[in-house]
Write a protein that binds this ligand. Structure first.
Ligand SMILES: Cc1cc2nc3c(=O)[nH]c(=O)nc-3n(C[C@H](O)[C@H](O)[C@H](O)COP(=O)(O)O)c2cc1C
Length: 239
């Protein structure tokens, strides 16, 4: 299955069979990560693949592998990490490997790369049970809730994963065919980290639009845009 098709089938996996993936598979994953497109090439980032001993999470489940992501704190670094590693999430699932973004966790007994900060992790491994879901099983907002116009080109972004399924993205259409991306401000701050996670979510949604429009996707952090009430402008893009 290719990355595009995976968008319509993927789901977060929270049950793993415990077996480690082969060294060859882990190498393929590393190769893919190195070839993934960044949203902002001026930001330094890094990653590592570790086992459960180097991770603390609040989750009840355990996975055989974890991807730790680190970044320089600069410009749109949270979007950038979401953008790069959602391509990786799709790659894993396209190869029959289960995965789940984990906000509630971090590295343990681990030396963080100098000049970078730990951002987030992804659990992955062979799934116990079914990997893919039917399209009817996606729990997502309807398109009118996330866009000023009904537009099937935004469908891949609509299906993107987000922290606690908050889906705080909002898209508007410009006269020249480009789009603006906004993030809904959350009225109730149940979790202090939700603002951070929701910025990662913006990059995740953009990754789905990049994967489905590889040749035409262009993103810019600024551009003429309207201020919208209770929304933060997150950039302009063409697809
Ligand atoms: C930034 C981010 C953080 C997340 N943190 C967690 C987490 O800590 N624990 C968890 O079980 N799932 C976590 N998830 C997974 C979401 O709950 C999940 O993507 C969302 O509910 C949509 O479901 P789906 O991925 O199966 O389509 C996170 C997802 C994202 C994008």
């Amino acid at each position: 299955m290719d990355l595009k098709e995976t968008i319509y089938k993927r789901q977060s996996i929270r049950k793993y069979d415990g077996d480690s993936l082969s060294d060859e598979t882990l190498d393929e994953i590393r190769q893919f990560i190195h070839s993934a497109r960044p949203l902002n090439p001026d930001i330094e980032w890094s990653y590592d693949i570790v086992g459960g001993d180097n991770v603390r999470t609040l989750q009840r489940f355990k996975a055989p592998h974890y991807l730790l992501m680190f970044s320089q704190e600069k410009d749109n670094y949270l979007q950038n990490i979401g953008f790069i590693f959602q391509q990786v999430d799709l790659f894993l699932q396209s190869r029959g490997i289960g995965s789940c973004w984990i906000g509630a966790g971090g590295p343990k007994d681990y030396e963080i790369p100098k000049g970078q900060k730990f951002i987030i992790l992804i659990a992955f491994g062979k799934p116990q049970g079914k990997l893919y879901r039917e399209s009817s099983e996606f729990q997502r907002k309807i398109i009118c809730e996330i866009s000023d116009e009904r537009d099937s080109k935004l469908m891949p972004a609509r299906l993107a994963p987000s922290a606690a399924n908050t889906q705080t993205w909002y898209f508007t259409h410009n006269d020249d065919g480009s789009y603006n991306l906004y993030r809904n401000k959350r009225k109730i701050k149940l979790n202090k980290k939700m603002d951070v996670w929701n910025q990662i979510d913006m990059g995740i949604a953009l990754a789905h639009l990049y994967v489905t429009n590889e040749d035409t996707f262009k993103f810019s952090l600024d551009g003429p845009h309207e201020g919208l009430k209770n929304k933060v402008f997150e950039g302009t893009f063409t697809i």
